[in-house]
Write a protein that binds this ligand. Structure first.
Ligand code: ZN
Length: 349
């Protein structure tokens, strides 16, 4: 059947078009998509044609954080039934390479990650009315959970994975730099993991204003108050763990002054090359860990959202129909008002 999609052709060239959605084969389902969040990477594709070395080199249907309602079930997809709301895991590891054998599917040599321009041909994503997808990627959510919340499973999984990199957070003093969707979901994940005091920095009061609802104890606007973190430089630094979610050079550099010796810096924010104080990394014996995507944390995110053990609703600021995809992307680029902007896919949209 024909379905509408939002396809990106190049910088700020996003078109709503029709595309064929095949009938589900064995082990597959067709979903009527419900909600799809615009991620920072989608926005980089739209605004800049990519980020770092990842470039949009051919038209791509963006979108990797989405939920949908099961419409048609192929043979053998017995855990799903029509009408169920599901969160879609965009990861498609090969299951056969050496990293899949090691259980490190994040590093799969043939990973097909929906809506990603990392590989060529690009893996097509989920900003569309209908999606035919392997049932194994569909995680049912509890009744009463909205499609908008279910579509936050993917970014929450990213943050749960990052929090897992830091080890035991019980009672830990935590700094999160950047209060966009990933920063705020990291706050919630750290709070859920038992962190002690959580401090959040950003340049935007609007972004920081959402942080207390996600579990932050203190917010610092480092644009208005550049010395706001300086009390935390005491005694070689007071934070046990830092989650760097901004990918901004000034934020990264400030971290090295306030993280304590042998503290852990988990890097979620991503960009191209940048400079940092190598002397501090060495002399304070800081552990700097990169963190990308997720593995089994996706199912955990679905469970936490289903029980509202983590309430993602404070980050969802805008919801626009697929027909207004361009407007939605422009909105998502305005951090003064927007946090998580989602598309909706009802046929009237
Ligand atoms: Zn693999």
């Amino acid at each position: 059947m024909l379905t509408r999609v939002a396809r990106l052709y190049g910088t700020r060239d996003l078109r709503v078009e029709t595309h064929d959605s095949p009938d589900p084969g064995p082990g597959e389902v067709r979903l009527r998509m419900a909600a799809g969040g615009i991620c920072g990477s989608d926005l980089h594709y739209y605004q800049d044609g990519g980020f770092g070395p990842v470039r949009v080199r051919e038209p791509i249907i963006a979108g990797h954080e989405a939920s949908g309602i099961v419409e048609t079930v192929g043979s053998g997809a017995s855990h799903l039934a029509p009408g169920m709301l599901v969160a879609v895991n965009p990861s498609q590891p090969c299951g056969q390479c050496r990293f899949c054998d090691l259980g490190q599917t994040i590093h799969c040599l043939s990973m097909r990650f929906m809506g990603s321009a990392m590989r060529l041909p690009h893996e097509q994503g989920m900003f569309r009315d209908r999606l035919t997808v392997p049932a194994i990627q569909c995680h049912p959510v509890a009744k009463g959970v909205t499609p908008a919340e279910a579509a936050c499973s993917e970014p929450l999984a990213v943050c749960l994975h990052a929090v897992a990199q830091a080890g035991d957070l019980s009672g830990a003093s935590v700094l999160v730099t950047g209060a966009g969707p990933i920063g705020l979901l990291t706050v919630a994940a750290a709070r859920h993991a038992g962190a002690g005091r959580i401090v959040v920095t950003d340049l935007s009061d609007a972004a920081l204003g959402r942080a207390p609802a996600m579990g932050a104890d203190e917010t610092i606007n480092v644009a208005r108050d550049p010395a706001g973190l300086s009390p935390y430089e005491k005694d070689k630094g007071l934070f046990d763990v830092v989650f760097e979610c901004s990918a901004a050079a000034p934020a990264l550099r400030s971290v090295f002054a306030v993280i304590q010796p042998r503290g852990t810096l988990v890097q979620l924010g991503v960009t191209g090359d940048m400079s940092f104080p190598l002397n501090a990394l060495v002399s304070k014996e800081i552990v700097w860990r990169g963190s990308q995507r997720f593995d089994r944390e996706f199912a955990l995110a679905v469970d936490l959202i289903s029980r509202r053990a983590i309430d993602v609703r404070p980050i969802i600021t805008h919801s626009l129909p697929l027909a207004s995809a361009v407007e939605a992307f422009e909105q998502a680029g305005d951090r003064s008002v927007a946090c998580k902007v989602q598309l909706t896919f009802d046929e009237a949209g």
